[in-house]
Design a protein around this ligand. Sequence first.
Ligand code: 13P
Ligand code: SF4
Length: 363
Amino acid sequence: MSTIAFDRYKPLQDDACQERILAARARLGQRAVILGHHYQRADVYRHADLTGDSLRLSKLAVQTDAQYIVFCGVHFMAEVADILSKPEQKVILPDLSAGCSMADMASLAKVERAWRELKQVLDPDQAVTPVTYINSAADIKAFCGEHGGIVCTSSNARQILDWSFSRREKVLFFPDQHLGRWTGYLMNIPLSEMLVWDPDQEMGGLTAQQIKMAKILLWKGHCSVHQMFQAQHILRWRQQNPSGMVISHPECNFEVCKLSDYVGSTDYIIKTIAASAPGSRWLVGTELNLVNRIAEEFKPQGKVVQFMASTVCMCSTMQRIDPQHLAWALENLAEGKIINQITVPPHEAKLARIALDRMLAVS
Ligand code: 13P
Ligand code: SF4
C-alpha cells in the first residue's frame, strides 16, 4: 500500500491544514496520541493531546497505550519515546529533519575517543560517570547505559549529578556545557573544578593534571538558540523594571543563569509564571514560541511576559514540524499507512533504556 506523498501537502496554506488535521485526528480516535513539546509553533501545539518538557514527555511515552505516538518535537525526543514505549507501539516524527543542533555536537565516535583518551590518565569505568543530557542521540545514551552512566534532563540534572557522584568521583557531562556548569555550581562545585572538554582537541585540550583534579568535564557543546540571551539583556531590562523577575532555561550561559531570579526547564518556567502574583512582570530566557504563548495566556491576569533577546530566537528545527507535515503524517496514519517511523535499533535501544531507566528511577 503506497503512502500519500508530501508533495501534495507542500502548497497547502497553514489554515487549510487545520481542518484536515482535525478530520484525520477524529478518524484515528484513540489509536493515536499527539505529544507536543512546549517549543512547537502555536498552530501545531494546539493539536497536542499532551504537552510537556523533555522529562514529562518521556514519562508520557511510557504511560500511553495508543498504537501511534505522533511526536511534535525533535528527533531525540521521538527516539526516547520509541525506546520507552511498548514494542507494538509506533512513534512518528512528522518531519525527519527536525533534529537538535546541540545533540549533534556529541557524536558516538567523539565520545568513545574521549573515553579512550581518559584511559591514559585514569580508569574511567571506575572514576567517571558519563552523564548525557537527554538532548543527545540514542547511541550516546546507549554508551552511558553500557558504562554505568545515566541520562538527565533540564528538570532533574541536580538529582542525576547527586546519583552520579554517589558512585564515582567525576562526571563527564555532554553535550551541553551550560547545563552541566550551572548544575555543578548549584552543588557548590568550584568553577575551577569544572573544565571544558573540547572534543576536537587531543585529550579534550586538557593536561593529565587538569583531568585528575577536575570534578566535572564539560563537553564543549551548547544550544545556539539559548546562546542568544546575554547578561546585558537582563541588566538593561532590570533598569526599566526594577521589581520585575527574570527566569531562564539552564541552557543559557552561566552569566545569564546567575543574573536570573529563577532557572529551570520549560515546564518549570510555565509553572513559576502561572503561580506568580497577578500584575507581575517577567523577562524570560527561552525559545520564542513558548514565551509568546505564555505572554498571551497570562495577559488576562495582568502579567507582563517579555522575551529576553532583541532578535528572534526560535528553535528552527522544532519549527520544521509545521501544519503541512502534521496533516501529512496523520492522513497517512488514518489510511493505515505509516510514514516517518522512528525506530532505534534493538541493541542500541536496550542499552539506552538502561540509562533512561536509571534516570526515571532517580527522578
Ligand atoms: P526542556 O526539557 O526544559 O523542555 O528542554 C528541552 C530543550 O530542548 C530546551 O532547549
Ligand atoms: Fe536543541 Fe536548542 Fe532546539 Fe532545544 S532549543 S531542541 S537544545 S536546538
